[in-house]
Every structure is written in structure tokens, then in C-alpha cells.
Write a protein that binds this ligand. Sequence first.
Ligand code: CMC
Length: 376
Amino acid sequence: TTAPEVHRGLAGVVADTTRISTVIQETNSLTYRGYPVQDLAARRSFEEVAHLLWYGELPDPARLRDFRARERALRPLDRTTSELLARLPETCHPMDVLRTAVSLFGAEDPTEDDGSPAAHRAKSLTLLARLPTVVAADQRRRRGLAPIPPDPGLGYAENFFHMCFGSVPDPETVRCFEISLVLYAEHSFNASTFTARVVTSTLSDLYSAVTAAVGALKGPLHGGANEAVMHMLDEIGDPGRAEEWLDGALAAKRKIMGFGHRVYRHGDSRVPIMQDALDRLVARAADPGVTRKATLHAALREAMLNRKGIHPNLDYPAGLAYHLMGFDTPAFTPLFVMSRITGWTAHITEQLAHNALIRPLASYDGPRQRPVPAPE
Ligand code: CMC
């Protein structure tokens, strides 16, 4: 018998159909429910995009009002949850706190999970509303500061800044953050989304699927890359060192964080709009320290294109943008979670709607069958 063909990393394998999003290779574009993501980022709020991903359509004004009101009401954490999360060691990664928080929400949720889209959407909205409260409180406790409760008078992005810093920055900065949320929201069968679908395919619950997805996103080959980008820029330090550093890193066979993509071979379609928003942040700051970081960022991008012909992915501009917005580097991947929770939960609902247990095969190349020796 010939060995079956193996697709390592499931590269090129089409595992199911989806109606949520797609990358159109010919035009190098990404669409959510048919709408180009760059147009959504330019014209629509993150809340509208969340509604689009979950319900299949953008909300009309009445629905949007209702959606926003429900999201705002669900933001506060109860005391027990806050206390439990505050007890986690500060030495653990913020993604560990977030993963634990999702698991805890699952244990505390008294509502039944009957697997219906309505039940799932209610749970998804709760997660969308509460995760920012967790992320903000965690960042503050690591800075030795007390949490700031959510403000129901503020939109999703504004409220998050308020909970993190006690103030809302200029509209341009808020807009840049919102653009990143729209761009990060959904990306078809990426590793964390596929993880959520695998867990869901066993008919497990939504919180278990999301907890697993947070774990998958944490890794530096996936969402952890936005954090890793900032560590890398800090390590290089000086724009003049970018080329030399890159040559050393490539010679040492290091993966350069924020570059390359499994699906996009000629550049990530989300990068131009994020880079544009980042450029506006940099210009606005008009600060020599910020300009230096932006120069280094651009120099490394050029060097990587020249040396390897590899383009940046979304994590490359998003990483620096989050730094300029004032977030702590280890909190970058949790910001990705706050957005991708929409895509994950849309896929969980879709998986359940036409479920098939995800259970691939492996080509065995271990020892041949052999007798178990008698114990010595
Ligand atoms: N740095 C150096 N070399 C790279 C990189 C990179 N970032 N990306 C790809 N390559 C090289 C790779 O070494 C390989 O070369 P060779 O053929 O000589 O062995 C070639 O390009 C093909 O790469 P691959 O590893 O087969 O590609 P993949 O589809 O398995 O990997 C990837 C995709 C994202 C894991 C990889 O590009 C990578 O590790 N990037 C750095 C981490 C990163 O930025 N991840 C974020 C991904 S996008 C958004 C997200 O999920 O957050």
C-alpha cells in the first residue's frame, strides 16, 4: 500500500464551506459577508461589523441602537469575577488571564446552552462586552492601578480607552484603534478559529471553544505576533541597525515577526489601511521618539522586502500602532482577542448549524507492531 498524501499544517486543505468571510486571491482582498474589509474599516463602526458577522447583515439604525444598548449593559464584571481574576499572578501573561476569564464566564453562566443561534448570540455579546473590561483591569493592576468601571455613555472603542487610561484620546487615535478592531475581526479558517470549530464540532459548549481559541491565538506564529513585533523593534532599537539586525536574524534562521502569511503570498490585504492609520498617528504625534520608531519600522519592512521578498502582515503595523496608543506590549494580543471574539463566535454558530465532527487521519510512521515484552 502507498502512503497517503500528507498535508502538513493542513496547508491548502479545504476543510468545510463558510458564508462568513473569504480572501479573494485574484484581487488580494478580504470580504466579510461580501463586503470589502477596507470599506467596512473606513465607513463602519466595530459594533456594526460585529452585527454583520453574527447576523449576516449590517444593522439598520434601530437595530444598531438596540445592539449598542445591550452591549453597554453587559460590560460590568461582578465582584467575584473581578476578585478571582485579580488574584492571578502578575507574572502570568495577560493572555493567560483572558483565557481564564473566558473559562470562568462559562462556569458562571447560568443560562442554558441549547445550541440555538439565539443562545449563542446572547453569550457572544456577553463576551464581546466583558472581555475589554477584563483586559483593561488587568493592564491597570500590572501598573499598580485600581480598575476603572465601564462607562455606558461611551462607544466600544472609547469606553476601552476610558477603562485603560481614565480618559478618551483624540478621535483620530480612537479611529485608528477601531480600524484595527474591524481588520482583526475575522479571517476565515485561521488557526484559532479552526480550533474553535474543532471544539464545537464535538458538540462542546461555546465557552470551551473560545477558551481553546484564546490559547491558539496566543502563539507568536498567530496573534502573539503583534506583541512579538514590538519586542523585536525594541531589540533593534536604532533605525540604522535594521538591515544588520535582519541579516543576523535571517542567518540564525529566525522567523521575522509580523511578516509572511499562509494565505497571502503577495501582501496582506489588511495592511495598507492599517499602515495608513498608523502613519496618521505618527504624523499627529510629531515627536522625535515616535518618528524614530516609525523610521525603524519602515526600514525593517523595506529590508525584509529586499532580502526575502516577504511582505508584512496585519500584526506589523498593528503592533506599533498599539504601542503608540499607550498600551503595554503584553496587552497587544488581548486586544486582538477583543476583536476576533466576533469571528470566532460567528464560526461557532455556523459550525453547529451544519456540524460534522472534525477528525482527520494521520499517516503513521512509528515503530511496526511488536510484542509487549514481559516485565523485568
Ligand atoms: N521570517 C522569515 N522567513 C519567513 C517568514 C518570516 N516571518 N515567513 C515566511 N518565511 C519563509 C520561510 O522560512 C520559508 O522559507 P524556506 O522556503 O526557505 O524554508 C518560506 O518563507 C515559506 O514560509 P512557510 O513557513 O512555509 O510559510 P507558512 O505558511 O507555513 O507560515 C507564517 C506562515 C505566518 C507562520 C510565517 O510567515 C511566520 O512564521 N511569520 C512570522 C509570525 C507572524 O507574523 N505571524 C502572524 C501571522 S498573520 C496574522 C495573525 O494570525 O496574527
